[in-house]
Design a protein around this ligand. Structure first.
Ligand code: MTE
Length: 332
């Protein structure tokens, strides 16, 4: 997510170097094809940091949900490429609450993830607040392999653990007249320095929204873990959204509230710059970002640049939500 003019997908030299050193080292160790997938799945593999020798922060040690993992994989969700090694996903993050660089993992460790309550309000049968472990115990837990495409023209693949957003919507019991679900991130400037007034002047807390049709589509997923373990804090623990047909900024992290409403929510980045980061944000190679092309994407963890796919390759599941694909607003 960039507001400044530097083209964000051009990785700084030091990161590009670490990446290629990493790939060469693994190639030597593993001797060839399939190494990325196997490295990603090895449960206790030494994760690699994109930021040199700095510590890699994985699943929080005190997360009481650890015992629930790993979740059974839902084989309906397959990938067309290797999994990204966990060290990339654990160290290259956007979480502006903790800073505007990608290297925020250490800062994110300040976030306390228990106790953590989730509120359901607005157009619901009954407003309520539930603690996250009670919510987890009521959800159908599974693992899914998803692509993840950032608006900044880089991509990764991730084995998410979690549950369908549709199951959470059922649990929340919205009124049938509700048209949207608005999601909100925690607000605590004492632990998240980015939220301090004046640090970026952004409209905290982070907010995202989906139509009810989008939110109840099979693909919309709430992630509580990744790589067979609870989510690292920097990836949005204890709850974050994964909508793989949309640009990554829709995937709100650290969610504390789901509000059902009739009015289209104004999302965080939309409020900052609607021309560049709209409400719909569906991936489309033919609709450039005002400042760069979306035709291709850099696949992090590899040396590949590949063509971007309409709806990030998930058109079969979601295209019917957007009947008019000439309508540019769906892709902004
Ligand atoms: N959620 C919150 N609360 N704050 C953020 O800054 N960044 C978004 C999204 N969710 C963000 C957020 C952006 S721009 C992206 S690309 C993804 O998180 C990054 O997810 P990742 O760090 O797991 O790759």
């Amino acid at each position: 997510m960039l507001i400044r003019n530097k083209r964000s997908w051009e990785l700084p030299e030091r990161i590009a170097t670490s990446e290629s050193v990493f790939l060469n080292r693994r190639a030597l160790l593993a001797g060839g094809a399939g190494l990325v997938a196997s490295a990603a799945m090895a449960p206790h593999a030494q994760a690699f940091s994109l930021f040199g020798e700095s510590k890699v922060y994985g699943a929080p040690e005190d997360d009481p949900s650890t015992k629930l993992y790993p979740f059974k994989r839902n084989e309906a969700y397959k990938l067309d490429r290797d999994l990204t090694p966990e060290g990339f996903n654990f160290t290259y993050n956007n979480y502006y609450e903790f800073g505007s660089s990608k290297n925020i993992a250490e800062a994110a460790q300040a976030l306390k993830i228990r106790p953590w309550t989730v509120k359901f309000d607005g157009m619901v049968e009954e407003e309520r607040e539930v603690d996250v472990d009670t919510l987890l115990s009521a959800m159908p837990l599974e693992e899914r392999l998803y692509r993840h495409r950032c608006v900044e023209a880089w991509s990764m693949t991730i084995p998410w653990c979690g549950f369908p957003l549709a199951a959470l919507i059922d649990y929340a019991k919205p009124l049938s007249s509700a048209k949207y679900v608005r999601m909100e991130t925690f607000m605590n400037p004492a632990v998240a320095p980015g939220q301090k007034t004046g640090s970026f002047g952004y409209p905290w807390p982070y907010v995202e929204g989906l139509t009810i049709e989008e939110a109840t589509n099979d693909l919309a997923f709430i992630a509580t873990g990744a790589y067979g373990k609870p989510l690292p804090k920097q990836m949005g623990s204890p709850l974050r959204l994964a909508t793989p047909w949309k640009y990554g900024f829709k995937s709100i992290k650290g969610i504390v509230k789901f509000t059902f409403t009739n009015e289209r929510p104004v999302s965080f980045w939309e409020e900052i710059n609607a021309r560049e980061y709209g409400f719909w944000a569906n991936v489309n190679p033919k609709v450039p970002h005002p400042r760069w092309s979306q035709a291709e994407e850099r696949v992090l963890g590899t040396r590949d640049t590949v063509p971007t796919q309409l709806f990030n390759g998930y058109g079969e599941q979601v295209a019917s939500l957007y009947p008019d694909t000439d309508e540019r607003t769906y892709f902004m």
